[in-house]
Design a protein around this ligand. Structure first.
Ligand SMILES: *Cc1c(COP(=O)(O)O)cnc(C)c1O
Length: 374
């Protein structure tokens, strides 16, 4: 390759996010839940894909309810989306976040009696305090009021009114596995607890919960991974989303090595024959996990090519010996995309983790229209 002929060639990886696909996934999930609203989970920078551009795309598709984890994430989203989006902060209110929550009009999710009391005291001090959602723990033992605390709250009308709750919600622990008895147990507990607040609308399902069917939908569902095209359940065939993010890593060098040579740090890979290998510009700093060393795959011209040797911080080495099409400096290999679940398996992790770790250093390329090609 003559560098001067390829002005767009860069050693930096690109995270390509198909916003049109994310909107299509939103529409498809919406169609599954009928009249229930969608509250989009855009926490952790929209699972690594960019909370503001993703949030704007969803807003454009009609979404007006968003969930983030922290007040800081909420503030960034507020600045991006303007005043008409309802933004809930899943981790709840805390003293240090008071100013950000109030300033950006973020709605805290109340996860405990302590958070309830704290937010009631904040609300008493200001005009127009943001409304809240009340989170009940129905068996996950993560965040949320215990069932006893729910009863306590239902009896304390003053506290309840001070919180101005707009939603009562809970979260499913095992929704990806439709056969797990935990789902029905949580549904029953949720119904029973929520009956103490008959006027407040309810929300239970994440992406996987949507596939458990109508009894789990209530008045709002809260998908995250499904919007981004990640598989959420043990039956991918039933799912309506398609992948929306791909990491493209530039080929930096192509080498021909001889049988017996080793590759990468610690020489963890020994060439079983003469090989053609390619060194690509993305490593664990870009979200290619070290656990994919000698395990995972990249995609080269729609073919799967194995990762060889140890993934390093900025670089990954692939076996391109059998690649049918050209392998040359200036080309790219892809990670994730429709291989997300396969990669997650070979990396011994979740598709969620692989998505969320992408793109810290990448150039981001947001596709708004399907027919654009770069
Ligand atoms: C992250 C999260 C969601 C979204 O979950 P997905 O599995 O990505 O659909 C919904 N609700 C709560 C409370 C969450 O923490």
């Amino acid at each position: 390759m003559d560098y001067r002929d390829t002005p767009h060639y860069s050693t930096r990886p690109t995270l390509r996010v198909d916003l049109q696909q994310i909107r299509a996934n939103y529409d498809a999930l919406k169609a599954k839940v009928g009249t229930a609203k969608i509250g989009a989970s855009v926490k952790a920078d929209a699972y690594g894909l960019g909370a503001v551009p993703v949030g704007k795309a969803l807003y454009g598709a009609g979404c007006r309810i968003f969930f983030v984890a922290t007040a800081g994430e909420g503030k960034l989203l507020r600045d991006g989306l303007g005043p008409n989006a309802a933004i809930y902060v899943l981790n709840g209110p805390a003293p240090r976040d008071r100013g950000v929550l109030l300033g950006a009009k973020l709605k805290p999710v109340i996860n405990s009696i302590e958070q309830a009391r704290f937010w009631a005291s904040v609300s008493a001090e200001v005009n127009d305090p943001p409304y809240t959602a009340i989170h009940i723990d129905t068996g996950m033992n993560r965040l949320g009021l215990t069932l006893d605390e729910v009863t306590e709250l239902s009896r304390d009308k003053k506290l309840w009114n001070a919180l101005t709750p707009e939603w009562v919600m809970s979260h499913l622990a095992c929704a990806g596995d439709a056969g797990n008895p935990m789902n029905k147990i949580q549904l029953d507990r949720f119904r029973k607890a929520a009956a103490q607040f008959p006027l407040t609308p309810l929300s239970l399902a994440n992406t996987a919960g949507i596939y458990l069917g109508k009894p789990y939908h209530f008045q709002m569902v809260r998908p995250g991974i499904g919007l981004y095209g990640g598989v959420a359940t043990t039956k991918p065939g039933q799912e309506v989303g398609a992948p929306a993010a791909t990491l493209l890593a530039p080929i930096l060098q192509v080498r021909y090595i001889q049988k017996g040579e080793t590759v990468g740090y610690n020489g963890t890979f020994t060439a079983p024959r003469d090989m053609r290998i390619a060194v690509v510009g993305a490593g664990y700093a870009d979200g290619i996990p070290v656990s994919e060393s000698n395990h995972g795959y990249a995609i080269l011209h729609d073919e799967r090519v194995p990762i060889i040797g140890r993934v390093s911080m900025d670089l990954t080495i692939i076996d391109a010996t059998n690649a049918k099409l050209s392998v040359e400096v200036g080309g790219v290999v892809a990670f994730r995309g429709n291989q997300l679940e396969i990669e997650a398996k070979s990396a011994h992790t979740l598709n969620y983790e692989l998505l969320v770790r992408l793109g810290q250093r990448c150039r981001r390329d947001y596709w708004k229209k399907k027919d654009v090609s770069t």
